[in-house]
Design a binder for this molecule. Sequence first.
Ligand code: GDP
Length: 206
Amino acid sequence: MAPDPGADRLVIRNVEFIGGMAEKHGWRPESSLPEVAFAGRSNVGKSSLLNTLVRRKSFARVSKTPGRTREINFFRINNNFVLVDLPGYGYARISKEKQAGWRPMIESYFRRTTQLRGIVLLLDIRRDPSEDDRAMLDFLAELQVPAIVALTKADKLTKAGARERAAEISRTLALEPDQVIQFSAQSGEGRVELLSAITQLVDKLP
Ligand code: GDP
């Protein structure tokens, strides 16, 4: 079989940690490459999804370093785009004070970036979207940032159950079918689809 000429674009060959933004007016890298950001509530499966996507041990080490979990972390991928890992939000086990910290940080990132091509918002396929999830989508719509929704932990449902939940979440959030990707870090389902959607965002002219 002839190799798919588009497939090479989906191979992550090089991952380089550029640094973290620790406070709202803090350091962030110069933006010259397109950026794609990843957001979702804590425990949604963001680290697992990013590790599945990137497949680098060094990547997993950085994102789990204590202190880094509250930062916005920037990774250069293939010298082609910058992956922006936003802090997880709104988890009951995190104190109210720490929960309140994510919003100004994330808003500051969105207001300061000039190269953002899109965001991947992660939602647990089994849960109804939270107020914070809706606020994030509203905020992105206001900024006119394209959003892809990755429905995580799809392996926890049957195929039919997952399809039903995907349709329900799409309906409640008024999402287009091609915005929604079912994902499982456990089975790898959705990895190629998500990489392909990210590649399209990166390749699209601003
Ligand atoms: P984060 O806080 O958003 O970075 O979430 P993690 O990636 O640390 O995952 C939170 C929990 O969900 C962990 O116990 C993971 O093992 C589990 N998890 C994450 N992704 C999946 C998945 O695709 N399938 C299943 N079954 N569990 C998952």
